[in-house]
Write a protein that binds this ligand. Structure first.
Ligand SMILES: *[C@@H]1O[C@H](CO)[C@@H](O)[C@H](O)[C@H]1NC(C)=O
Ligand SMILES: *[C@@H]1O[C@H](CO)[C@@H](O)[C@H](O)[C@H]1NC(C)=O
Ligand SMILES: *[C@@H]1O[C@H](CO)[C@@H](O)[C@H](O)[C@H]1NC(C)=O
Ligand SMILES: *[C@@H]1O[C@H](CO)[C@@H](O)[C@H](O)[C@H]1NC(C)=O
Ligand SMILES: *[C@@H]1O[C@H](CO)[C@@H](O)[C@H](O)[C@H]1NC(C)=O
Ligand SMILES: *[C@@H]1O[C@H](CO)[C@@H](O)[C@H](O)[C@H]1NC(C)=O
Length: 640
């Protein structure tokens, strides 16, 4: 056995008059880590010993004896070329260096490490460190991420960014809080038994997984849903962990939601705003879920009053969009050509070109033509209102907007005058006490500051083939751009533009309320991309006070309510909300989120980033409508 002692760097320090001690304090790794987020020894030069568990291009990880105190990690990152040169996996080493709290970005959490290494001495080789088995030795917390995520919506509470975790540096409570749990294992070697992937890889090839331990909101596919549980705090899914790039240079598999992987062993670290396990070697795929996505079962309607309504964010669709035929195929094959389709992200006729064009007639014509072709003849009509050029956010020049497609044999717009970009439509009472919209369709309060730089909602008054009225609002609220990492320093984390979405929900709710004041029994459907979970109750509260979530009325299991996958979460950010009249009507409401995109085999294999939804509901009572027989003849046509 050879012992290496490297003192060159310490000597250099002495020459420049560094304060680095000649005989540094000998401490245990657990004393370096301590029971808080930050080291009690930060800034001090210490000598520690431990067994090397892992290595990368910049340093290594060492592990000492475990503490009985679960708050205190026994692993440590050692950073620098001396570690790269001398710390080989399995060696017991004595390391002298400075305790440092490092972070790359001001919203990151700190990683405790030893840098400015002055000595790395190999004491013995071929030692073995048994990894801690997650789910057996220690089980990830499923509760709040942090003690500072106060408020009824947990990590989604408003106001957010109230406390900076690192400036408070609390003592860890690993059994209660997710960040505390992973921090208490920082630098340690752990195994994730029987991992399941929760998402596609991110753009760096990192993958979110959870292991063989209890999780919250697990859907049937294997993803983890942000539940909008009326009695609970929305889960932050800190029981899932990111698997970073493998330390031996092997590549992580291209995962999809629900994919089963081989056991992962690696070291716990923090980087790029999240806790990670850096695997010693990349896992293998053991089992992929079925590639086939079943179509909706809501394939027909039995009556003029019973409508099927689709909702689909078609992701930046211009007239020549390559994904258009696939979107059309989804509307036909998976949604069975609903009676009305709410679409979002229709680009103008010049697509992404920033040339002053705002009309989307060509785009919408191309889409309905593609549907006609895919279905063998189903004809949709369409309507939208052109925004003012570059006033509605999104990619410059794209002028994305919401639009309606509908099947004229099933429904039609109540005759009226279409609005424009700046006119606000209003509910008005006309003869017989019937409610119309001053512009049909029309935008809701388009000059309200809530809509600055974003898409305005499109309200419409409709009639069924039997002349019964109902109303819709198609929305696309501001995105979550500028959110901070949920595992970052700001607590609760920043939910980008949440106040703006709250205000947009409020303006939309005010409109619906004014309509219901005239006609309390009106059938109203508000749908679209709200870029927010109902679990963020404070944000969508204005709408929740006046409308019902169709999922709730339909009794869709909480964990199956999702249209999007982001980080480790499946989440419902596209919603269909209905008025009392629809919620209470006999016949009920049925909802299916059709997972054509969140279940795709690869990130690039998706047609859009959102899943479409189809609902079947009654907008009038069959008894109030005398056209059951007339419709018999039509019925064959509408079932496709
Ligand atoms: C993976 O972990 C499971 C659960 O702990 C264990 O039963 C299994 O033997 C492990 N597989 C391998 C190949 O180590
Ligand atoms: C519609 O769906 C039902 C239930 O899934 C199925 O039994 C029926 O065959 C389907 N009909 C058509 C026309 O696809
Ligand atoms: C778009 O189509 C509508 C009718 O569908 C028409 O009234 C309008 O003039 C068209 N706009 C343009 C710019 O062609
Ligand atoms: C909308 O119509 C109103 C009334 O006709 C008009 O004053 C306004 O300029 C129009 N707005 C746009 C953007 O065309
Ligand atoms: C949180 O607020 C502080 C000011 O108190 C600000 O400096 C910081 O950038 C904010 N964090 C995020 C992630 O927006
Ligand atoms: C919602 O809108 C109403 C009516 O315009 C207003 O009084 C209230 O302050 C708004 N609330 C929020 C949270 O924006």
């Amino acid at each position: 056995m050879k012992n290496y002692v490297i003192l060159g760097v310490a000597y250099a320090f002495l020459l420049v008059g560094s304060t680095s001690a000649l005989s540094p304090q000998k401490v245990e790794i657990t004393e370096v880590q301590g029971p808080s987020f930050q080291s009690p020894l930060a800034g001090q030069v210490v000598q520690v010993s431990g067994i090397v568990t892992a290595k990368d291009r910049y340093g290594a990880w060492i592990q000492g004896d475990r503490s009985d105190d679960i708050r205190v990690s026994s692993g440590l990152r050692i950073y620098g070329s001396l570690a790269v040169k001398l710390a080989n996996v399995g060696s017991r080493v004595s390391v002298t260096g400075r305790v440092t709290e490092y972070r790359h970005d001001s919203n990151d959490l700190y990683l405790t490490e030893l840098d400015q290494l002055s000595a790395v001495e190999v004491l013995s080789t071929n030692n073995i460190v048994e990894p801690l088995v997650l789910g057996v030795d220690r089980t990830p917390s499923r509760s709040r991420l942090s003690s500072f995520d106060v408020g009824p919506d947990g990590w989604l509470s408003l106001p957010n960014n109230v406390t900076m975790l690192e400036s408070t540096n609390p003592t860890l409570r690993p059994e209660e809080f997710g960040l505390d749990f992973w921090e208490s294992l920082e630098g340690q070697l752990v195994t994730v038994p029987l991992p399941t992937a929760a998402n596609f890889p991110d753009r760096f090839g990192s993958i979110w997984v959870y292991g063989d331990w209890p999780v919250v909101g697990q859907n049937q596919r294997g993803g983890l849903t942000i539940l909008a549980d009326p009695d609970g705090i929305p889960p932050a899914h800190s029981e899932a962990i990111l698997i970073g790039r493998a330390l031996d240079g092997t590549r992580n598999p291209k995962t999809m939601m629900g994919m089963k992987l081989s056991n992962i062993t690696g070291v716990v670290t923090y980087q790029y705003g999240n806790y990670y396990i850096l695997p010693l070697t990349a896992p293998d795929v053991l089992e992929a879920p079925p590639a086939e996505v079943p179509p909706s079962t809501l394939n027909s309607s039995i009556h003029a009053c019973q409508l099927r309504i689709g909702d689909y964010n078609v992701e930046n669709m211009g007239p020549r969009a390559r994904h258009m035929p696939r979107i059309a195929a989804h509307i036909v094959g998976h949604l069975h050509t609903p009676d009305i389709v709410f679409v979002q992200e229709i680009q103008d006729d010049s697509g992404p070109r920033d040339n002053g064009v705002v009309s989307a007639n060509k785009t919408l014509t191309a889409l309905v033509d593609a549907i006609k072709k895919a279905s063998g003849g189903v004809v949709y009509h369409f309507v939208n209102i052109d925004p003012e050029d570059n006033k509605d956010g999104g990619a410059p020049g794209g002028n994305i907007r919401v639009a309606y497609l509908w099947r004229p044999e099933r429904v039609s717009l109540v005759p009226g005058t279409i609005g424009n970009a700046t006119i606000a439509t209003q509910p008005v009472i006309v003869k017989n006490g019937q409610v119309e919209l001053s512009h049909n369709p029309g935008r809701i309060d388009p000059l309200h500051p809530a809509w600055e730089e974003t898409r305005k909602p499109l309200a419409a008054a409709w009639q069924t083939a039997t002349g019964e009225r109902f109303y819709t609002v198609n929305v696309h609220f501001s995105s979550k751009r500028d959110s901070s990492s949920a595992q970052g320093d700001a607590r609760p984390p920043v939910n980008g533009h949440a106040e703006r979405r709250q205000s947009q929900a409020n303006v939309t709710a005010t409109f619906v309320r004014s309509l219901l004041e005239f006609a309390p029994d009106a059938s109203v459907i508000v749908g679209g991309d709200m870029n927010e979970y109902l679990a963020a109750r404070a944000v969508l509260h204005p709408l929740s006070t006046v409308l019902h979530d169709a999922n709730e009325v339909a009794g869709v299991p909480l964990q199956e309510r999702y249209t999007y996958v982001y980080d480790q979460h499946t989440q419902e950010i596209d919603h269909v909300l209905v008025s009392n009249a629809i919620a209470d009507r006999e016949g009920g409401v049925e909802v299916e989120h059709v997972h054509v995109n969140t279940w795709a085999e690869s990130y690039g294999g998706r047609a859009s980033d959102h899943d479409p939804t189809v609902v079947r509901l009654w907008v009038c009572d069959p008894a109030d409508s005398d056209a059951t027989e007339e419709l018999g003849a039509d019925h064959g046509q509408i079932v496709l």
